[in-house]
Design a protein around this ligand. Structure first.
Ligand code: FMN
Length: 305
């Protein structure tokens, strides 16, 4: 998610850290200034204003360019580099980046090793993978290749590239990795509430979890999970959500024009509908809004119904 959404979620809190959208490294190293512009948190101790660390994620296939880019990111202020080997997008894979690299463990190793060597030792390094490309045959080779390069943390989305986003995520495979590596394993895929979190924990044996879409669907998810883990009741968030929607609109307007702001708000409604019935029932109305003021008014109206 982008800086504005990270800021919004961080203000609610409950997470340990956030990760940037991937920054693609293709023809040349990404200059330091770009890392400051695309991930503004890098200019403030690589953390949100509410002090949640923000990790800088890179995606690419050329070890040298990735290493130089990682170094430039650290010069911009990044304190943690994450490398994306999970992206299934055709355009990204077509250029040799993302999950297509899961077919060549040597390349994974070379990229991670080059980055590790280029970075100051106090900058931590992690990778994000899927279970494989077509199948899981190379899973443990990939994990070993990444670990032996000096990587300290591995986030695993429990699907292959071929699986796309087809449910369910296969958490049992993440458990197999957890028992075979010394890296900190972060389980990812389809964690949205306390039931799925507990089930994932029981199956994987992991102590660390990553939530993607679930945080866009319910921005209070991290807080809800913390409360549920303490066996405390969670609140109904409808009123707070409307306030949050207003704050998000105001923040977006600082960075984007009216059209782009409206587009992002409608996109978010598409996520929120999964968690909130009142959004689902009025999605068409929200999506037909012609201005940010109209979508805000609609939001207010539908909560009063
Ligand atoms: C629209 C979209 C964009 C994504 N962008 C990224 C990304 O930039 N970096 C990344 O590591 N994962 C990205 N992911 C994958 C998620 O981080 C996560 O691995 C995946 O959605 C499964 O977890 P979830 O069920 O919690 O969403 C993206 C997923 C979606 C649907």
């Amino acid at each position: 998610m982008d800086h504005t959404m990270r800021e919004l979620l961080s203000n609610i809190g409950g997470m340990d850290y956030l990760v940037s959208e991937f920054i693609r490294v293709t023809q040349y190293p990404i200059p330091s200034a770009t890392f400051g512009r695309l991930i503004p948190e890098n200019r403030s101790n690589a953390a949100t204003t509410n002090n949640h660390p923000v990790h800088t994620q890179l995606l690419g296939s050329n070890a040298e360019l990735m290493a130089e880019s990682a170094y430039q990111a650290s010069k911009a202020g990044a304190t943690h580099i994450d490398v994306n080997f999970g992206c299934p997008a055709k355009r990204v894979n077509g250029h040799g980046g993302g999950s297509v690299l899961l077919q060549t463990p040597n390349t994974l190793h070379n990229i991670m090793k080059s980055i590790r060597l280029a970075l100051p030792s106090d900058i931590s390094l992690s990778a994000k993978i899927r279970l494989g490309y077509e199948d899981e045959e190379l899973l443990f080779e990939n994990v070993a290749a990444i670990e032996s390069a000096g990587t300290s943390k591995l986030t695993v989305h429990g699907r292959t590239k071929k699986d796309g986003y087809k449910p369910p995520a296969r958490w049992e495979k993440i458990g197999d990795i957890q028992s075979r590596t010394k890296m900190e394993v972060v389980a990812n895929g389809d964690i949205t509430d306390i039931q799925s979190l507990k089930k994932c924990q029981a199956i994987t044996g992991c102590n660390h979890f990553m939530i993607g879409r679930g945080a866009l669907n319910n921005p209070f998810v991290f807080q809800d999970l913390r409360l549920a883990l303490e066996e405390k009741d969670t609140e109904n968030h409808t009123e707070r959500l409307v306030e949050l929607f207003k704050t998000y609109t105001a923040r977006l307007k600082q960075d984007y024009d009216e059209v782009a702001t409206l587009g992002r708000l409608k996109q978010w409604c598409g996520h929120l509908r999964i968690e909130y019935d009142f959004i689902r029932e009025n999605l068409q109305l929200l999506r037909h809004s012609k201005s940010t003021q109209e979508i805000l008014n609609t939001m207010e109206d539908i909560t009063k119904k």
